[in-house]
Design a protein around this ligand. Sequence first.
Ligand code: DON
Length: 582
Amino acid sequence: MSIQSTPLTALLILCSFCASPATSIAAALSPTHAPHAMVTSVHQLASQAGVEMLRSGGNAIDAAVATGFALAVVHPQAGNLGGGGFLLLRNADGKSHFIDFREKAPAAATETMYLDAHGNVLPESNKQSSIVGYKAIGVPGSVAGLVYAEKQYGKLSIEKAMAPAIKLARDGFALAYEDSRDLEKDEYLGEFPESKRIFQRNGKYYQPGEVLKQPELARTLERISKDPDDFYHGAMARELAAAIHKGGGLVTAADLAAYEVKEREPIRGSYRGYDIISAPPPSSGGVALLEILNILEGFDLGKLGNRSADSVHFEVEAFRRAFYDRADFMGDPDFAKVPVAQLIDKKYAAAWRESIDPKHASSSKELKRPSIFNELEQVAQSRSTAIREAENTTHYSVVDADGNAVAVTTTLNDSFGSRVTAEGLGFLLNDEMDDFTSKPGVPNTYGLIQGPANAIGPGKRPLSAMTPTIVLKNGKLFLVLGSPGGPTIITTVANVLIGVVDFSLDIQEAVNAPRFHNQWLPDGILVEDRLSPDTMNILRARGHKLKIEHFWGDGECIMVDPESGERLAGADGRNNGKAEGY
Ligand code: DON
């Protein structure tokens, strides 16, 4: 698919990747209940892998690691060994840890590597682009991240946590209708012989219900489970680097050896008395989420009503302002100073609130940042760059019997990543390089604009929107939240959280509720088609441009009932999400 970046098409394009347009939503009407522990993910077999760990004495981390590796087998669109992600853990003792296993740019990456001789960004159909093919691959972090999490915080062993994934890869699993269709219909998968052979059976496409066996992947998983270091420092690192080199990619064995997981301080804030713990840079998610919530705290959304035009209007105006700031200030904190404290300051949100007209849409182009922090003004002057941010990712949440909670969002970026399968190793590699700025000053495919902080550079981590989030009520674990969906991740998490806190929805209702999204530019609201037509008309009358989509995202979320302690899951019917518990 060749995508031109015009503001009019951008919002539509945004969702053509994350929705399944032809299917209806088989959403559960009430949460899945479990008295002790719960795992929810996009695939039942992956959720079951997590529960298997919990039942055999493991904790939430053991479950998350097992679910993560199982997703790499049963959900090749986004579950991965060749990508990266973020894991947020809150232990029952109250301590939180944020594990950053985001991909890194290889040492040979340059700021202009995705430009042609005329300085234009290469289209995705070009196999040297930042989206498709070997050049799109960043140094994968998922194996390092999951292994680190297991060693630091798990109770079982990596062999035990990887056993379900190995079995699923070796014995195979029956493909659901949506999965077989995704494998067949992907535009680029068939252009890479190893991917075509494994995932498309060389053109004899898998039909729904047929069993997909992945013997190379099973062997790779077995090798990792016996010697996890092999992926970054051993024979596997050399094999992976050689396969990437053969295809013209930049990731070397030295890049793999230099990869490191980072533990970072989670972002913290509050909303109407609830404590929010979320993803810090290099994710923009936690900062943007808190900025949105801080702005909205000044409006009585509950009184205005769930999905009323008034509440949607205020939420959209908050989204717009947070994405405007995201555009200017966000990048890898190891390379650029991100003014987190100012952006999540409640005084700053109060100043932003003053600029919201309750009855008229603001114009994104004419938005004026309140000048209460000099530092923000200075950095913003240098804005000139754009990023591309594409679509396929997966989120899963776990709460164990002791009350430890884990939220993981992981991604190959696009569906099936770069579409390159590592020869001999059987797993897909990411196209995360596309989350960097390809060319300064050019609005991207999705219309996302941001500052120089996200320029491509050796060893840098591209800016992300992934927003694994945990919410406490009266100091106790209450919600575990997250979703895929590129920029819509942030607004989906906000939609679900606000649904519970302001509109008293249960977690399933909050996940099911029609979503809406604004990302500053392109100006307009993306709305799911189940939002009431009357509400849509009132919003239009206030000057909002609307783009209607069937659905997007995949909120796999858990609530802990404050009275009974029961684990309640909202698995997302939009993507066949399945919660499992006991
Ligand atoms: O890290 C990011 O923000 C993107 N690579 C995520 C892409 C995504 O969520 C697509 N999902 N459907």
